[in-house]
Structure formats: C-alpha cells, structure tokens
Design a protein around this ligand. Sequence first.
Ligand code: BGP
Length: 473
Amino acid sequence: MLHKKLKPFPKDFLWGASTSAYQVEGANLEDGKGPSCQDVKVIPEGTSDLKICADHYHHYKEDVALMAEMGFKSYRFSISWSRILPKGIGEINQKGIDFYNNLINECLKYQIEPIVTMFHFDMPALLDKKGSWSKRESIDWFLEYARVLFENFGDRVKYWLTINEQNMLTLVGPTIGTLIVPENTTNLTKEIYQQNHHQLVAQAKAMALCHEMLPDAKIGPAPNIGLVYPASCKPEDILAAQNYNAIRNWLYLDMAVYGVYNNLVWAYLEEHDACPEFGEGDEEALKNGHPDFIGFNYYTTSTAEESDGTEEIDPGADQQSDRGEAGVYKGYHNPHLMKTEFGWEIDPVGFRNTMREMYSRYHLPMLVTENGLGAYDTLTDDGKIHDPYRIKYLQEHIKQIQLSITDGVEMMGYNPWSAIDLISTHEGMKKRYGFIYVDRDEFDLKTLKRYRKDSFYWYKKVIKTNGEDLTND
Ligand code: BGP
C-alpha cells in the first residue's frame, strides 16, 4: 500500500536500545554472582570469553550517561538470574540486587524507562546441573526468580519481558550455548519441545504473577520474529512457508497470546512422536498468561521452498540461518536481499511485512526489542568510528516502522541491538552492533574506553526529532 501521507511516531514512543547481561556486563563471577550456563560453556574458537565483555558492570554510570546524551527514552537490559540468585533458587545475593537497583535508578535519573528482560540465554549453571528446563520444577524455579524481581524492582520497572528469543533457544540452543540434554534421551525433538513447554508455562505463570503483584506494570514475550516467505507462488512452497512460519514464529505468539498450541506445530510434533506432556494445571495456566504487548526481535526474514525430503538440519545453524527440515521446508536464499558481513540477509521491507502480519494476528501493541547490524568497525587515529552502513540499516528499518504505523499497526517503541558494543552470541567481540564503541579487541582488553560512533550522533538526532529526521548529513 502506498501512503501519500505518513503518520508520525507516537509522542511517547520508546526510542532506546538493548543489551543483555551476559553479553555486556562482565564481572561474571564478581560480588557473589553465581556462574550461568554462559560462564561454563565451551567458548567458540577464536572468540572472547564472557568474563569482561564491555565491563558494563563497572561502567554503567558512564554508559547510561551516554545513552542519556543520545536522548534515550528507554534502555532494554536483562537481569542475570545467577547474579540475583547465585544458585538459581534459595539465597539472594544482595550485591546483585544493589547493582540492578543502581542501574535502574541511574536510568530513571535521566527519565530513561528501564525495560527489563527477565531471562536472556543465561540459565544459572547450578540449575543446569539439576536438569535445567527439562525438569518440570524449572517452572517453579523461574517463578521464584520472577517473584524476587517483581518484589525488588517492581516499584520502578514498568515494562517487563519474560524470555528472550525462546524460539531460538528451542531451534538453535547449542549455537547459543544453552541446551542441556539429559542422558538417555532417545527422542531429541520430544525432549526439546518438552523443555519448550516448560518455558511456555513458566512464562504464562510469570505474566499472571506480574499482573497480580504489579497491576500497573506491563509484561510481554520477546521472541525473534521474522516472516517466512514462500520461495515462489508454487502452492507447495506456500505450504512450506506456512510450516516454517508456524514452527519458527507463530507457536510462540499463539501460545503467549491465546494459550494454545498452533495446530501445524502440534501436527509436526505428533509426526515426530514429540508432543509435550501437559502437567496438572498447565492448560489453564497457559490460557491465563495474557501479555500486555508483544516484544519482538527482528533481524531479517526467511524464505522456504517445498522440502524434497532430504534436508538435514545443520547443527551449527544460528538465529538467522537458511536451513531446512526434511518434510517441513527447505531453506532458500532470497535473491532479492543483500547480506551483512556476517551472512545475515538484510530485509527492511520484510520488517514491515512482519509487523503487519503480527498485528493482524494478535492485535496487541508491539515493542521492537532488537534489530540491528553486526559489522566490523574501525576506530580511527583521531577517535572516530565511521559507520554509515549501520546508519543506513537503521534508517531503512525505522522508515518501515513509520510505514507500519501508517498501516494502522500499534507500535510502542524501538530498541535496536545494541546500545553499546558487546560480545555476540557466538561470533565474538569483532561483530559489533553498538552506537557506543568499546575499545577492546577479541582477546586484548585494551582501555575499554567508550567512543561515540557516527551512528551515535545520527540516532541522537532521530530521537530528538521523534523520527522525523532520519537523514545523515
Ligand atoms: C539475538 C539475541 C542477542 C544478540 C543478537 C545478535 O538473537 O537476542 O543476544 O546477540 O541476536 O546476534 P549475534 O550476537 O549472534 O550476532
């Protein structure tokens, strides 16, 4: 649809950016923090460990001041479960509570709304030892943790996100370093979807608990949603795209919003003898979840063609890989899209396609919790980082948000990845996303000094004009 006149961004639009605890904080075993699965995983070769990261734990004041200088209205960060509860359950680490109190207060000092992700890929290592999400008790563990968060931070945090990219935990857990598979597992698909089920129930119960304890707060999920296109108008390709859309995207949102399993996913699970077992009260709990909004991460779309029955899932696949699954769909390289230096397709129009589709399915306000470009950046001798490629990527995506708003989609905010350089899920420090450059390399910690990238100044102007001026002069 071509619009002659674009609607403006809402006045209270939450312009900001995102990070996650294990990728940005460092201080990974400091001040009483227990190890998380990220601290004990095998670090991919050639990439940094997660001990120091951007050292946000010690630099948070300076970092939040830089965010304030950009004019941020929101900062989306995650709380590290094992910083709050070093063993995952039981004893609370007061120093962990203090750190997040300080971070939240620092944001509020500048009228920056904290948007808190409760769980971002960092299961406490001691809970992993107990069986992690494969255990039904994981639902209670998560609720205990949720209660501690709501009790300690709920007086100031108005926006909560439950589980970051649960769909990626399920689809590409090993790449992210999160999947625990119990010995004696005979049907891996069943095991993975049973873990997924526990997460879904935990999420629904946490949303209900949030509404009970904090009636003024808003809570929602934060999956990675990117529409799946059919490779052609061949009817079999449409079926393949529907299959992958259901498995990758709609399972998570149908469940969060309506509390039911998507029928295509259920059929897929039946086919693999992998239907999760429902515990007592699960059905009711899932129906009682009710998010107030949908948070979602968008990087790109996928494309699917009819499966020829031979596709094997690549064990090294990541969040945006074009893979495939025998009998379900075959991954297809979309010839209309360029790729980033790290091989992810770039599809700004697909962002609008995705937002339109999501809104017509769920009719809930939507908050972009991630979007961004991972690239190699260079610090010049005079302390500059010229990143026009990032500005272009963000410009094009923000334009599509405005088009979606004009399409009638309710958008609450935009929090691209990432506020500051941090460690990627599996590609190290060299894959940078931030507006703020951190002076360190993959293995050399250098000065850890912060520098403003060109995109920093550009985003500042975007926020100041509430998205009216996206130019880069
Ligand atoms: C999302 C995750 C983030 C983040 C981002 C970029 O999937 O929620 O944690 O890292 O993608 O991905 P990567 O770090 O793999 O480049």
